[in-house]
Ligand binder design. Structure first.
Ligand SMILES: Nc1ncnc2c1ncn2[C@@H]1O[C@H](COP(=O)(O)OP(=O)(O)OP(=O)(O)O)[C@@H](O)[C@H]1O
Ligand SMILES: [Mg+2]
Length: 350
């Protein structure tokens, strides 16, 4: 499970990795985010052994389009590594790309993990990173990384609250004095929304949509609120396969359809946020009336999600300007903060 093997040759100062279900970002100290690619690898097979054909954006284009001899794989599922061999091959490729024009020795590595990761998963990631001979490995939980990356005042006694809606997980963190006072992690995020839309279109239009088409629709006209003017909102044409004839067919999907498709998943996300609040101390909850909630992760870009969280919690809600980068920024900032490093070193060692 040495998914980080080979990194030592590639890096040598300090870098952070956001190994996300949908996207992998690498942050190098002093240089910022130097890699941002979909967490996807496509492989061919020679004598039964896989070899890399493409990674990242190039591999993403192959999803649902590969002949039988090629597989386009997402090694991360629901926020955790589902396929260690493929995750390792993917990372190696990314790292080699980052390595060009840079030289590093003996790295200190910060890796972001879901707050719901099991001890076994934490150990596997830590051991993989350590196997590179890294001089130091720090695991940082995703809500903490997001809050740090978003410049929230996490070292203060006043509570900060972050909700990171990623591709595979939604992570809620209420932070005070540099620690996570309350966390919730559920395997709900962009992927579940895409699946919900595929099911909705199948049931209502008798059309099979591809995953890529569902994600594109979400980014174009995805909405989790009904249009305020009472209309069906924006529409978009999408193609899929007719379930009866097996032939390609086009339909028009509206914001209202998207809202209906997403509502159950969005309700579950909102309930998770509410549950975190219910289980936090009254003092911290009171702080949040002023501090509010910050939304990060790609799901924060969904139209109306801030309104849903505001209505659910009664708290002020803001969306970060760069929601897809917060976690990577956080891993980088952690490496530059000795005090916090010492505090967080506990997480990975437990
Ligand atoms: N404009 C947008 N509107 C809605 N969703 C979006 C938008 N842009 C990206 N997304 C979705 O955000 C998700 C990716 O977000 P992000 O990169 O934060 O996830 P991740 O960190 O890889 O996943 P996780 O943290 O769950 O492991 C994808 O599901 C993607 O479809
Ligand atoms: Mg993430």
């Amino acid at each position: 499970m040495a998914i980080f093997s080979g990194l030592l040759d590639a890096f040598s100062s300090e870098f952070g990795i956001d190994l996300g279900t949908a996207n992998t970002l690498v942050y190098v100290q002093g240089q910022g985010v130097v890699l941002n690619e979909p967490s996807i690898i496509s492989v061919g097979y020679r004598d039964g052994k896989p070899h890399t054909l493409a990674v990242g954006k190039d591999a993403k284009q192959m999803i649902g389009r590969t002949p039988d001899s090629i597989r386009a794989i997402r090694p991360m599922r629901n926020g955790v590594i589902a396929d260690f061999e493929m995750a390792g091959m993917m990372l190696e490729h990314f790292i080699r790309r980052v390595h060009r024009n840079r030289s590093f020795i003996s790295p200190r590595i910060a890796v972001c993990i879901p707050s719901g990761a099991t001890q076994v998963e934490r150990r596997a990631i830590r051991e993989s990173a350590e196997s590179t001979g890294a001089r130091d490995v720090v695991l940082i939980e995703e809500p903490m990384a997001a809050a740090l990356g978003a410049d929230m005042p996490i070292m203060e006694s006043n509570a900060s609250m972050v909700v990171d809606i990623g591709g595979g997980t939604t992570e809620v963190g209420i932070i005070s004095l540099g620690g996570l006072a309350t966390t919730r992690s559920v395997q709900l995020g962009g992927d579940k929304l895409d699946q919900a839309l595929i099911t909705y279109v199948r049931n209502n239009f008798q059309l099979q949509l591809g995953e890529q088409s569902a994600e594109n629709l979400k980014k174009d006209i995805g909405s989790v609120c009904l249009p305020e003017d009472g209309t069906d909102g924006q529409t978009c044409t999408v193609r899929g396969m007719d379930l009866t004839t097996g032939l390609p067919r086009e339909i028009e999907v509206s914001e209202r359809h998207m809202y209906e498709a997403y509502s159950e998943t969005v309700d579950q996300i909102a309930e998770t946020v509410r549950d975190a609040l219910r289980h936090t101390s009254p003092e911290l909850a009171a702080d949040l009336v002023n501090q509010g909630v910050l939304l990060t992760g790609g799901g924060a870009l969904l139209k109306g999600i801030d309104k849903v969280i505001r209505d659910t919690t009664g708290l002020p809600v803001a969306v970060h300007d760069e929601p897809l980068f917060c976690v990577a920024y956080g891993t980088g900032k952690l490496l530059g903060n000795r005090l916090l490093l010492r505090q967080l070193a506990q997480i990975g060692s437990s």
